[in-house]
Design a protein around this ligand. Structure first.
Ligand code: ZN
Length: 286
């Protein structure tokens, strides 16, 4: 955080330096625009092929074939979820929260893509509907579905509170991934990565730049819908923070389950093809 009282005197031209207008780091006008109408048309006559109920304070895994849709649905009560995604055929490729944030901003909604890590860097999922899109940004700068938090974890909890807690999203996702790929917890933990915070309402305080959360506006029936661009293995944790209006990393908050629904369209969206790996040669100048 910045010092309340700077130690260094402002230079004579400080006002001029600070008045320089910002530029967007990564303009996305060169990216292909997802054909949302095409994706949505493919939902006509689709079939729900499976669903997974994620228990409160726990996680569950699911798979979504390329060309299918999945929805994360609020059921029973307001609850936030932490979502990890991997390439189901090569879990070395996984969701890259940081670059997704750099490309699409701090909070995602309809039309945004979820990008994979280097050296793959391709869209692995596209958001096709968001029933909380009306929320936008509130008076505090808060919004839903962030890629700015990481996930609650037992190490930070130990650091800050000095206690053991085993149902943080990091641990929930670790157990779910270990069960999904039949591996030990140690190997699984290394595959758990920064998440998409589904339904969570977050932002940064204007005065100190600190990460904040506030009670999610989600209600039962709301959903976030994705199109799987590649074969996906997903894991979703129903965060121990519940609606994340007060505490997390404990059993204090009221928690609810989350539902994952997987849908198979009758035919793939017109013109859709799974995206290729990033075209960079990988030579790094040598
Ligand atoms: Zn959590």
């Amino acid at each position: 955080m910045k010092l309340r009282q700077p130690e260094t005197a402002a230079p004579a031209d400080s006002a001029a330096r600070m008045q320089v207008a910002p530029v967007i780091c990564y303009p996305v006008d060169t990216l292909p625009i997802p054909d949302l109408d095409g994706y949505r048309a493919a939902r006509d006559g689709w079939t729900k092929v499976s669903e997974v109920l994620v228990p409160p304070r726990d996680a569950a895994s699911f798979t979504v074939p390329a060309g299918h849709f999945f929805r994360i649905v609020s059921v029973e009560g307001p609850q936030v979820g932490d979502l990890d995604l991997w390439n189901a055929n090569d879990t070395g490729e996984r969701f890259f929260s940081g670059k997704t944030r750099a490309l699409h901003g701090t909070h995602l909604s309809t039309g945004d893509r979820l990008w994979s890590n280097l050296p793959y860097l391709r869209p692995i999922a596209t958001i096709t509907q968001d029933t909380l899109d009306w929320y936008g940004f509130d008076a505090w700068g808060g919004a839903v579905h962030d890629v700015i938090g990481t996930r609650c974890d037992p190490y930070t909890n130990m650091l800050l509170n000095g206690s053991e807690y085993h149902h943080c999203c990091h641990s929930n996702l670790t157990r779910a991934f270990a069960d999904a790929v039949d591996s030990g917890l140690g190997a699984a933990e290394l595959q758990v990565h920064d998440v998409l915070n589904v339904f969570m309402c977050t932002g940064f305080t204007r005065d100190t730049g600190q990460y904040f959360m506030k009670t999610t506006p989600v209600r039962p029936g709301d959903f976030l819908e994705f199109f799987a661009e590649i074969d996906l293995l997903g894991a979703l944790s129903a965060c121990p923070g519940g609606d994340c209006g007060s505490k997390h990393s404990s059993d204090v908050a009221v928690c609810h389950p989350l539902l994952v629904e997987i849908y198979r369209p009758r035919t793939a969206p017109v013109g859709w093809q799974p995206p290729a790996r990033n075209g960079y040669s990988g030579s790094h100048g040598r």
